[in-house]
Each structure stands twice: as C-alpha cells, then as structure tokens.
Design a protein. Structure first.
Lengths: 422, 422
C-alpha cells in the first residue's frame, strides 16, 4: 500500500520556487523520512489529514500547541465571538487584565504577565528584564537547550555574530557541579540562570529535572541576586497546572509560556514575580499583534478547561498506557527502544542507532499505518486522544516493530542524518 | 460634557496589579493625554468603542493593522472558515505557497517569502540573512528609525547591552552625504543598508523619501555587494501596491511586512529577491505560530482586495480631503499646524509646541468630539472611512482649533512630555 502524495509533491515543487529551501524552521520536513508529508489540509481532535487526504493520529500536536484537541469547538467559538467584536484594535480590551489575573492566580510564582506572540518573545524579554533588574550581563544556559531562533539563542551559526551570544555561560543539565562552576565563572556579573523545565533537546534522550539541581539553581540565584527563569514554552501545561518546576518544589522569578495555553491560537506570555516587576515596567517591549483580544478570549477558555477538567490526568493516563504498551512490545521484539521524558511528551530512540536508520524506518512504518510519530523530537499528547487511539498506536507499533525486525540487518545509512555521526 | 470613564478607571486599577507599569509597549497610554482611554471594547469599520462605550472615529487604525476596516466580514469569514478546518497544525497548508506566490507576484523585487508573526521577526531575519549572504557584520540604519523592540533595535536602553547593537552605523534620513560617510566607515564590512520607506519617527515631522537618496542607497549596496532592506512593516500597502520604494523607482533585495496585509490578523513576512535566497535558506528561523493557516487565508482575501479595488486611491482621496480641509481650518484659526508624511499616514504637530501642550489640548478636544487622533505618532487611514467621516473629523477639528485658540495662552506644561524638552 502506497500513500497518495501527488498533492504534496506538487506543493513542494511550487514551494521550492517561492519559499527559501522549500520550507523553513521546525515544520520543514528536510530532516524527516522522505515519505513524511510537508503539507496538511485539515485537523480535528487528535487527527490530522495531509494535503492528499491521508488521515493520521498525530503525536506531534503541532509541536505542542494542540493541547485540548484541534479545532476545539468551545475554544474556537470564544475566539470567533471576540474577533467579531474587534480583535487587533488601537488598544487592548479588558481581557488582557482578566487573562493576567487568571494566569497569575494559576501559576504559583507569578504576580504579573506580559503577553506577546512567539515563545521566543517572552524568553528574550526575560533576558532584558534580568539585565535591567541586576545591571549585569551574564546569563547561564544549559548546553543544547532550545530557547528560540533569535540570534542570541540561535542553534545554527549562520547569520549569527559573536556579539549576539556575548556574556553567555553554559552548564550541563542536571549537573550541579557544572552549574556551580558556571556561576563561579560569572563572578559578580550573574544576571540570570535560564532553565529548561526538563532536558528536551532534539536527537538525545530527554531527562526530567533533578530536584536537587533545580533547588541549587534557585539557591545560586538568590545568593547572587540574580533572576531564575523557567522556559516553559514547550512543556507548560503538560507537566503541571503551574510552572513545570512546581513539581520539584522550585519557584522561579520568571517563566515564559507559549504554544498551547490558547490551544494553538497565537499568544505567548512572560510571567513574573513582584521581584522583577519594576524592571519589567522599565524595558520597552511590544509587537503589532500583542494586544489582540481574540487569542486572549481563547486563552481564558483554555485555562478554564485546564482548571476545571482532568485533562492532565487524562493525558498522563494515556501516556502511561502508551509507554507501558510500547515497552512491552519492544521487549517482545528484542529491539532496544528508549522512551524518555514525561509520558505526556515522549521521545522514542532505538538503541545502537546513531544515524537514526532504525528510527526512520520504524517511523515510516508507523506513518503507513496512520500514526504520525517523530523520529528525533519529543512528541506531545493532547486531551482529545482516547484509549482507543493509544491502542491503535500500539497495534501500529507492534506491526512496525515486526517490520523493522525483519529489515534491521539490511537498513542502509540515512544520508540526511549523516551530520549526527560526522 | 464629560466622557464616561469608570470602566476604564477600574480596569487600569486592576491592570496595575498584574501588568508591569499598568500596560506595556506602543499601546500604553502613558504618553497620551490623561483622558485617553486605555481599554477598548469594540471596533467595526472605521469606528472604535472604549471600555465605557464611547464611540470614536479612529485615526490610529490599531497603529496600522486596520487597512480595510475593523471586523471586515469577508476577511474574517476567510479566517474563520480556515480556522474550523485546522489552523496551527503539525505542518503548513498549501495556503503558505499560495500566499507566497500571490505576494511575490505583487511586489516587484520579491521572488520568495518567509512568514512570521511580528514585524520585528521579519526585520531581524533580514539582518541574519544579510550577514549570512555577505559574511560581513555591519548594518547601516537611519538615526531614530523604528525597526522593532528587540535588543538590536531597541529604542530604550534599559535591558540592552552594548553588544546587542554592535556593528551598527547611522546616517540621517534623506542625507546622501551622511549615508556615504557611513558606507565609507563600514569599509569592507558592509552587510546591509536598512531603510525606512519614509521618515516616520515619533515626535518629529515625517519626510517622504528623496528619490536620489533611495537611488544612492541602492548604488552603494550594489557597489559593496551588500543587501538593501526596506522595512515596510508600518507603511506597506498605504503608499503602493508594491514595496513603498517602488514609487521612487528603487527595488530593494529584501522588504519586511507586517501589521495590515491580513487586515489585523497576526502575520508578518520577509520578502526577498533571488539574490538573497540561498542565504535565506541557510539560516534557522521559526516560531510556534508562523505556519498558522487562518491568517494566511485572511491575507489572501486582503491581498485580493488590494489588487481588485481602489482602496488605495480611496484612502488617498480621503487623506487629501483631510489634509486640505485641516490646513484651511488651521490657517483660518491662525494656529500653525504642520501636516507631514503621506496623506494616508498623516502626522500633525503644532508650531512652537516643544512639550506638546497644544497638541495634547487639541487632541483631547478632538476626542471629546468623538475623533481619536494621536498627538505625536503618525496616524493611519483605512478603506472603511468615508467622505462623511472626514467631514466629521474636520468639523471636530474646527471646533477644537477654536477651543485651543481660546486657551493657547494659558496652557500649562505637559509634565509627562517633559523629556522632550529636557
């Protein structure tokens, strides 16, 4: 059975003419198996249809934004209702106040909010606020942690100059000694420690935060008068109904949010404690669409859902069912499969698979069976998924493991991933 | 007659608790007359209602995004229809290709497009692309030109470090000698000249581009192998159905767009010529909501309107009627009023008004008469405005000039604007 792909092929050809590289950023399929579709046509609940009409159970959830299900009727109705009254206007509506109140009431450390569009807007603002608050420059980051694509945090060096990354020091995630060494190296210039809520880097196993590491980051910031940021853009609301480090008992001064708190509608946020409020009021920060009312209406409806339903326990239950079921099937197949990260944001990597040839083969087999998984980036569960969906994924996984088992000795290298082994 | 403002007052009080400074960015009323509302409730066509239900004819148009009229039925219907099929998904739809094709067909210099959210995303991407393309670092900017609020172009120094603005040289807008001097100072390191399409800085008279200056910028870039950007985020589609420098016969390599090309729905774009395509494909650039389908549907409908209607001639006609009518009334009043910039994006400043006391008084009088004007930022006309609207504004202007004339000798200083005369 071959998946139809003629629409996708045509669109790729047209895109190559008018979009650099045919597509940009994290939604480019350049580093995915060749049979993965680049273009999609429709989404509803936990399902996605590509440009050729092939239906998939989608474990990427738009790389996070789909928390409650695609095209959720109530959330979209809130958006539409507000849009019809006025959306981007000459000033904000009262919804910005209501959303700031609701969000800060939910997130323990937060006293105030600034709303923006990209997750990176919020994190970059945190950097400015930390520097304004302390009058210092140095920020400590974990090696390999993703904080956005702006020059200061760009993961690829092209177009970036040395000065973009000035006054940055790096530690290893969960490694207290390396964190302490970085703080020592910062001397009296430490403005902030920027923490990922967990290690969710691409291509490698994920890691939950060691509570002792998180506590030590808090202590070191307090001792230095520096600010602690948790960048919850990717993980927010899939680990806690609060900042993700609340589960290890650590409260930051700042947390950045994005992706899913309006269920895919475009809004992000920086939340902060009163410690950082004065500096936050002193920086100039803005954007053409930051005051949009409709995404705030959608966010309020989404946060109601967060507070009043068991969406989190539901996706944790599904994630556990998926993890246990997949572990059992992988063990039965004799193929070593590592499942890492929280069950709501799983990453799957095969043992002894440096250029991901096993991962690519298996993922393509999953796709043929109507399940969209990612071979090297963490995935996301959403509340629209059901036990039956997970069972469909497990059935597909079993058949795909069997197919992989039969071919594993004869798989060729994956040319596009050769940079991993170079 | 006093305008109702109790809702606004209540919201400001709540906002002070949960939003740093009570509000941030360009939509904060901190530097507007005290009676200007901070919060709005509704918008339709050319009209806006504040949180207390006061109706206004709005000459800010959301600081630009409102091009065709607030809550335009057809544009919003395109947004909603696409949203219901899926908006933020695991990949883009074919609309991204269609929009890139349509936009590049309309903009003479453009061969490709990258879509993003903030205007500043596009301009910052241009900086990365220029550095990637040339392998050089220096960018030349016009003093005082606004390109966004990211650290590299921040207008306020708080939270910004010296390295954020490394390798930047400045010229005076429309001053060829100062542009040539900056190019000479860049030596063999010139990556780009970033041009505002016109001088549209706040607090000062606007200026249209001198064609000789624009041509010289093009020549200097060509001679150096550097890239020329026109930052059309603010002025785009209110000067031409093309890049704004097309009216002076100059084609840049790159142009950044935002605000109004989806009539207020959240999307921005960087357009580029094939010269810059390779570098554009090499940088890594992305954002959580950049692939959203619904704003692209709205943009396609807006661009159809741009192509197929006389919206531009209509707002030019209204702008001329406003300019001529206001000049006549100002002359009759004996008050010196300067109207600068294109008629579709006017700025009004009174003569001999260093702390804007005349401007503030007059603007407040206009507001009392139901017309929202800005005392120091350029304004925007939209296609939903009518001759009757302009005549309403002119009647209000005449009465407000009369009121100002009666009070002008006794106006006190405007404390919040004292920084202008410090």
């Amino acid at each position: 059975m071959t998946r139809a792909n003629s629409q996708d092929r045509d669109l790729r050809e047209r895109a190559a003419a008018v979009i650099p590289g045919g597509m940009y950023g994290h939604q480019s399929t350049r580093l995915l198996p060749d049979d993965y579709p680049q273009f999609f046509s429709r989404a509803k609940g936990a399902r996605l249809w590509d440009a050729d009409g092939n239906e998939m159970l989608d474990f990427m959830c738009a790389y996070g934004p789909n928390l409650m299900g695609y095209a959720d009727d109530a959330i979209d109705a809130a958006y539409i209702d507000r849009m019809r009254q006025g959306d981007t206007m000459t000033g904000p509506t009262g919804l910005i106040v209501e959303l700031a109140e609701r969000f800060t009431a939910m997130v323990t450390h937060a006293d105030w909010a600034i709303f923006c569009k990209n997750g990176g807007d919020a994190t970059q603002m945190a950097l400015m606020i930390a520097r304004a608050h302390t009058g210092r420059k140095t920020v400590i980051l974990a090696k390999g942690a993703y904080h956005g694509a702006a020059p200061w945090c760009a993961t690829r060096p092209v177009g970036v100059i040395r000065e973009d990354k000035a006054h940055q020091l790096f530690c290893d995630y969960n490694d207290i000694a390396s964190l302490e060494a970085a703080v020592a190296a910062a001397g009296d210039d430490l403005a902030a420690i920027f923490a990922a809520p967990m290690k969710h880097d691409a291509f490698t196993d994920q890691a939950l935060p060691d509570p002792a590491y998180a506590r030590r980051a808090r202590e070191l910031c307090d001792a230095a008068g520096a600010l602690l940021l948790v960048d919850d853009v990717r993980a927010g609301l899939r680990i806690a109904r609060d900042c993700s480090w609340s589960v290890v008992g650590v409260q930051p001064d700042l947390s950045s949010w994005g992706k899913c708190f309006a269920n895919g509608h475009p809004i992000s946020a920086l939340l902060g404690s009163n410690t950082a409020k004065r500096a936050a009021a002193q920086i100039f920060t803005t954007g053409s669409f930051w005051y949009q009312a409709a995404p705030m209406a959608a966010a309020l409806t989404t946060l109601d859902r967060v507070r009043n339903t068991d969406y989190l326990e539901h996706i944790e239950g599904l994630g556990t069912r998926l993890r246990d079921g997949l572990a059992e099937r992988a063990a039965a197949s004799g193929l070593g499969l590592r499942q890492t990260g929280p069950v709501t944001m799983p990453l799957f990597l095969f043992d002894d698979d440096p250029d991901l040839r096993k991962g690519f083969f298996w993922s393509s087999e999953m796709l043929r069976r109507g399940v969209y998984v990612h071979p090297w980036h963490n995935m996301f569960l959403c509340a629209a998924m059901t036990t039956a969906d997970i069972d469909q994924a497990l059935d597909a996984a079993e058949a795909s493991l069997k197919a992989l088992k039969g071919q594993v000795g004869s798989l060729g290298p994956v040319a596009k991933m050769s940079f991993l082994t170079a």
